[in-house]
Design a protein. Structure first.
Length: 274
């Protein structure tokens, strides 16, 4: 018997903001990062320049502010996050990568769409085709806050799926990127009070990835892990939907409010006399 929330998700077309507002998207963060890092250009850029290992909470805040600004924010929020991302990307370049490379940016934006679909299906069930088309067009907003033109995206979901399969076949991971991703899954300098969640995050990250990508990153998988993964798939959605809506949506409200406070503070600083 299907649960009520799954029935509702199949009746009603969803927008990307409806998915990203839910706190369950954090379970998909590790898999999304893995997809991004498996693109050699993105992997080299992140492993050489990212502060994720040394300042994980600050990096999480930056990433989630970007996701929330694009999908839940207004034009001012999107303009503010675009300026922030461009400043952060200014020095990210080296042999084989450049953070302003539009093809690499398209791949990153595409993984955010694919990641949203994966966690929605995990927690709410499959989306109807028309809803996937709506979500896909919403995801083009990620590119607009970078340097990606709408014309770079495949024209519809069917074309995107073919494009994704072609890009997936070309993914590869070198020793540096593999070691970096392993360190991310170990938690880096994550505060002590979050370390207890890292084994679950590693399980869900590996569970959401295809076996080929797991192998690339050296993520072990065996019968015991498969049983734990299936138990998570069975129980996590049931427990999640017992959480009050206000708590489920609290991270989105928190990070978006923080972005707006920072934006106001920066504007005030810019207007201050020298």
């Amino acid at each position: 018997m299907k649960t009520p929330h799954r029935q509702e998700s199949r009746r009603s077309p969803r927008r990307l903001e409806d998915i990203n507002r839910e706190a369950y998207i954090y379970f998909g963060a590790g898999a999304t990062v893995a997809w991004q890092m498996a693109n050699p250009g993105v992997g080299r850029g992140v492993s050489n320049h990212s502060a994720t290992l040394s300042r994980p909470l600050q990096r999480l805040r930056a990433t989630m502010s970007y996701v929330y600004a694009v999908t839940l924010g207004d034009d001012a929020d999107r303009a503010a996050i675009a300026r922030h991302v461009n400043r952060a990307h200014a020095g990210v370049r080296g042999p084989g990568y450049n953070a302003f490379d539009r093809e690499l940016q398209l791949w990153v934006a595409a993984t955010l769409f694919r990641g949203a679909i994966d966690v929605h299906e995990l927690f709410e069930g499959p989306l109807p085709d028309d809803a996937r088309e709506t979500l896909y067009r919403d995801a083009w907003g990620f590119g607009r806050t970078l340097q990606v033109a709408d014309s770079q995206w495949p024209p519809d979901v069917a074309a995107f799926d073919r494009w994704w399969d072609e890009r997936e076949a070309a993914l590869s991971v070198d020793d540096q990127v593999r070691a970096y991703m392993q360190a991310v899954l170990d938690g880096g300098h994550v505060p002590w009070y979050l370390r207890g969640a890292m084994p679950l995050q590693r399980l869900v990250t590996a569970g959401l990835l295809p076996s080929r990508l797991r192998a690339m990153f050296g993520m072990p998988w065996d019968a015991a892990r498969e049983r734990r993964w299936q138990a998570f798939r069975r129980w996590a959605p049931r427990l999640y939907w017992l959480v009050p809506r206000g708590l489920r949506h609290l991270p989105a409200r928190h990070y978006l409010a923080a972005l707006r406070r920072d934006h106001v503070a920066r504007d005030n600083d810019d207007r201050s006399p020298p």
